[in-house]
Design a protein around this ligand. Structure first.
Ligand code: MN
Length: 229
């Protein structure tokens, strides 16, 4: 026995604004239907219930401003979302109110979606992996450490495409708070330092086309700019 068969893949590393250190990504959890207006536009029931959770692979993180148009779809959609970054492991299942202590930074990202393939998956009751978990499906901004921005309870979240406002909301419109989602996730998974949570998108999701320029903002925290190649 003498080591790995090939070089082990490196975790994606996200820059932190104004700091030398980076954030190494462990897992990406995503919350679906967390804004009532978006759930309605997708024809989904608006229920308190429990959060809808899906995942993307860690290496779906995309940091370059040039976004490749993915294969296999004719209907790539943008979903602007707050991104929560965990700096500590959870010790087992969290109690309500214990979630924010795990958070070390916030950012803004796009939960890119092959909407045509997701529609087929919903109709046939199949998993969402091919519609949500593809390469470069998680463009994310540089992260802002909480020591520099605090916990942004009611920040504005918006997205412009080619200078035109497509999605706009406030974090207080989320059905499940960051604490709610972390408590729920901790009952299903071992939350770890390096985990990212995409918190769900408001109404206004629509197609991204080659050449489109995007500008996503979580006010007072972070912004993300790029274009579709
Ligand atoms: Mn989403």
């Amino acid at each position: 026995m003498s080591g790995d068969l090939f070089a082990a893949p490196q975790a994606p590393r996200i820059p932190l604004l104004g700091r030398d250190s980076t954030f190494p990504v462990h897992r990406i959890y995503c919350v679906g239907r967390n804004f009532a207006d978006h759930a309605r536009e997708m024809g989904a029931p608006v229920e308190r219930g429990t959060p809808t959770i899906f995942m993307k692979p860690a290496d779906a993180v995309h940091l370059s401003p040039e976004l490749p148009y993915p294969s296999g779809t004719q209907d790539l959609h943008h979903e602007v979302e707050m991104v929560v970054a965990l700096g500590r492991d959870a010790k087992g299942v969290l109690k309500p109110g214990e979630g924010l202590a795990l958070v070390c930074a916030y950012g803004v990202g796009l939960d890119l979606t092959r909407r045509d393939l997701q529609a087929i998956a919903k109709e046939k009751r199949l998993p969402w992996d091919v519609s949500k978990g593809f390469d470069a499906s998680a463009p994310v901004s540089a992260l802002r450490h909480i020591d520099d921005c605090g916990h942004s309870g009611d920040a504005a979240l918006w997205l412009e495409i080619n200078g035109e406002r497509r999605q706009t909301s406030r974090l207080s419109d989320m059905i499940f708070s960051v604490d709610d989602v972390l408590v729920y996730l901790s009952g299903l998974f071992q939350l770890r330092a390096g985990d990212l949570i995409f918190m769900g998108t408001p109404a206004g999701v629509a197609a991204l086309k080659p050449g489109d320029r995007y500008h996503a903002v979580l006010e007072g925290v972070a912004e993300l700019r790029g274009h579709v190649a």
